[in-house]
Design a protein around this ligand. Structure first.
Ligand SMILES: *[C@@H]1O[C@H](CO)[C@@H](O)[C@H](O)[C@H]1NC(C)=O
Ligand SMILES: *[C@@H]1O[C@H](CO)[C@@H](O)[C@H](O)[C@H]1NC(C)=O
Ligand SMILES: *[C@@H]1O[C@H](CO)[C@@H](O)[C@H](O)[C@H]1NC(C)=O
Ligand SMILES: *[C@@H]1O[C@H](CO)[C@@H](O)[C@H](O)[C@H]1NC(C)=O
Ligand SMILES: *[C@@H]1O[C@H](CO)[C@@H](O)[C@H](O)[C@H]1NC(C)=O
Ligand SMILES: *[C@@H]1O[C@H](CO)[C@@H](O)[C@H](O)[C@H]1NC(C)=O
Ligand SMILES: *[C@@H]1O[C@H](CO)[C@@H](O)[C@H](O)[C@H]1NC(C)=O
Length: 595
């Protein structure tokens, strides 16, 4: 996925970046070559009055927000990627879920109709952006809109031989046109110059600071209400790590009310299924979040802050660990007065056509946390050295095994159990389940309505658990067996070069790969051999997207992984692990790749 690619880049960059000393301001010498006169006419002509909103007020009323991901930011056009064109009903669903704002990422790259010096943006595209902004504000949703994947292409000042003059000219012209088009939108609408700007050097940072200046200048020049409008500004990569914070230098003159924006996908290995890190929630994991978010707050004590993107996708992360992550990240952000915008690529959160949240519990956790409520959470293994990952988000029952009473621990956090329901029908305390402290025990007789040694594998039912306060939780009952594959071996040399190997799969349990261990015929790790230093459930595991992936119908081995096998000259074993995860528990399949 394109989006993941950029985050990987950002992380690599983050890891290599050197601390730089800071001066307080950047001296911006750039001036627009063809300075248009400020749009006095438009300023006067804006219908309606301007309701002044400080950046702090905007951040407060826009929290929590939701990203219209992979939509108007798709390349080359809206609808080109997985997500459909944005429909009005989607915004109704977003509002109904409790979100107060959208971040509207827009890629302009393929919508220019002329080149230097005018860089005209297709008027139909500007109209579409304007219409979507209205679609949101007319529902009471605030909007933060930007230039998005332009940062990968023409607006990447870090490319070798980048024509900085051209980038600055085009950036000014772009924001002048976007600014004019949106000049009279209300104070609910805020602007952000450029998503995750590329680069890592001090020179890249200086170039970005100039783009920030140019953006502010273009807004002033575009007239209307734009010089009073809230904007967000960011450093390279929109990173949160402290090493980046000094790379942001406040422009000398910021006419607009402004907030600082950064993105949070951390820890990377948990968020993006790298190196087998499916366990999250230890004291060290939690402390890292507090440290990351506090560092940003510490750098901007006087400036409102938003996390413009954050997510632990249900495509990548185990449910109980994910719910803990959302609870802790949003709780920490809230305590530091940091607003948050959930990233949604259209595949992981809202199923837009159906209007169904794929992980309603995560949404409920975000909403209750923002309101300051305490959530009870499904407990799960937090010790990274554990040999088994326990989770109270599921009852996993293997085909062939007897059904027994099953106890699940919860983190009540001061709440009590209020009700257990399936599709609105209450379970009977004492009969179906019993409560012992923070444990729920589901009785064998109740479980036998769904699972048995011979039941067909799959998801059997979902139990909703309400607590005396905060978000509900869910227990999904799953009968499982090993999935079956159409083939268990392949020769790398027969897969066309550049193609991934797609292995048809019949799932028999949770439709999710937990991790993949990749070894050669000598037992050596084929990728990232440093993972030998990691805990047992992480050793030798590769990274989703880099070496392997999966979808509803397939397991995937990537073309680059196949190339590595071919180059090694040795047979490799790809050990695909599923949930429940445990050393020696047998819930994996080996796929052999010969060179
Ligand atoms: C750089 O861009 C400017 C402005 O578009 C243009 O005039 C100049 O020729 C470009 N330089 C190169 C080396 O392409
Ligand atoms: C950001 O905060 C850290 C401490 O958390 C400090 O070391 C650093 O100098 C700060 N940077 C800026 C630019 O304020
Ligand atoms: C809860 O269950 C765990 C096992 O999952 C057990 O060790 C613990 O004693 C139980 N606590 C209570 C109060 O029943
Ligand atoms: C239980 O909920 C999950 C989503 O959390 C869903 O994928 C699954 O299909 C549901 N199971 C049943 C039996 O409805
Ligand atoms: C459980 O909580 C949800 C809201 O979080 C609510 O809609 C539902 O009615 C509650 N169920 C019961 C049985 O109280
Ligand atoms: C895969 O395994 C089958 C059965 O063991 C064998 O006949 C076949 O030659 C193997 N194919 C490859 C590409 O290794
Ligand atoms: C699967 O591969 C792993 C890793 O190479 C190995 O430890 C295990 O014994 C293999 N299992 C089977 C059934 O071949």
């Amino acid at each position: 996925m394109r989006f993941i690619f950029i985050v990987v880049l950002a992380v690599l960059v983050r890891a290599t970046i050197a601390r730089v000393s800071t001066s307080n301001v950047v001296d911006v010498t750039w001036k627009p070559v063809r300075r248009n006169t400020p749009q006095k006419q438009c300023r006067d002509a804006c219908p309606g009055t301007w309701t002044a909103l400080s950046a702090a007020e905007w951040v407060k009323v826009a929290n929590p927000g939701w990203n219209v991901g992979n939509t108007l930011d798709a390349v080359p056009d809206e609808g080109s990627w997985n997500a459909p064109k944005l429909q009005e009903a989607t915004l109704d669903d977003v509002k109904k879920a409790g979100f107060k704002a959208i971040r509207l990422p827009v890629t302009y790259t393929d919508h220019f109709t002329s080149s230097s010096p005018d860089w005209i943006i297709d008027s139909a595209w500007l109209q579409r952006v304007s219409d979507v902004v209205d679609m949101a504000t007319s529902r009471g949703l605030h909007v933060l809109t930007n230039m998005h994947h332009d940062s990968w292409g023409w607006a990447d000042t870090s490319q070798p031989n980048a024509n900085i003059t051209m980038i600055q000219e085009k950036f000014y012209r772009s924001w002048l046109q976007i600014g004019k088009k949106l000049a009279c939108k209300s104070s609910m609408v805020a602007f952000e110059p450029l998503n995750e700007p590329a680069g890592s050097s001090e020179a890249d940072a200086a170039n970005l600071m100039k783009l920030n200046e140019i953006f502010l200048q273009a807004l002033t020049d575009s007239g209307g209400f734009n010089s009073k409008r809230v904007v967000t500004l960011s450093g390279l990569g929109m990173s949160s790590t402290n090493s980046y914070a000094p790379m942001f230098v406040r422009p000398k003159h910021i006419p607009n009310p402004w907030a600082f924006q950064y993105h949070y996908y951390s820890p990377y290995d948990f968020d993006f299924q790298a190196w087998g890190k499916t366990i999250w929630g230890s004291e060290a994991d939690k402390a890292a979040v507090v440290s990351d978010l506090s560092a940003v707050r510490g750098n901007f004590t006087d400036i409102p802050i938003i996390m413009g993107e954050y997510s632990a996708s249900q495509l990548n992360c185990e449910a109980a660990a994910r719910w803990k992550w959302y609870d802790h990240v949003v709780r920490t952000a809230t305590s530091l007065d940091i607003g948050s915008f959930l990233w949604d690529n259209g595949l992981d959160n809202l199923q837009r056509e159906a209007g169904i949240w794929r992980d309603q519990i995560a949404v409920d956790i975000i909403m209750s946390t923002v309101k300051g409520q305490t959530n009870s959470l499904a407990d799960s293994t937090t010790d990274p050295n554990a040999l088994k990952q326990e989770t109270s988000a599921y009852i996993f029952h293997r085909v062939g095994e007897d059904v027994v009473d099953t106890s699940l621990p919860f983190l009540l956090n001061g709440n009590t159990f209020a009700s257990l329901t399936i599709g609105g029908t209450a379970l009977k305390a004492g009969e179906d389940y019993s409560i012992s402290g923070s444990n729920l025990t589901f009785h064998q007789s109740f479980l036998e309505q769904y699972i048995s040694p011979a039941a067909t594998p799959g998801s059997k039912t979902n139990i909703t658990i309400n607590f005396s306060s905060g978000a509900p939780s869910q227990v999904e009952i799953i009968q499982w067996d090993l999935p079956t594959l159409a083939q268990y071996n392949a020769s790398a040399s027969v897969v066309p070069s550049g193609s991934d190997l797609l292995i048809p799969i019949v799932w028999k349990g949770l439709h999710q790969v937990a991790a993949v261990k990749i070894t050669d015929s000598d037992g050596k790790y084929l990728f990232d051999d440093w993972t030998m230093w990691l805990p047992e459930l992480q050793k030798g595991r590769g990274t989703k997207g880099s070496q392997w992936s999966f979808d509803f119908d397939h397991l995937t081995i990537t073309s680059s992984a196949l190339q590595t096998v071919e180059a090694s000259g040795k047979t490799a074993t790809f050990m695909f692990e599923f949930y429940p995860r445990a050393v020696g528990h047998g819930n994996y399949l080996n796929f052999t790749v010969t060179p």
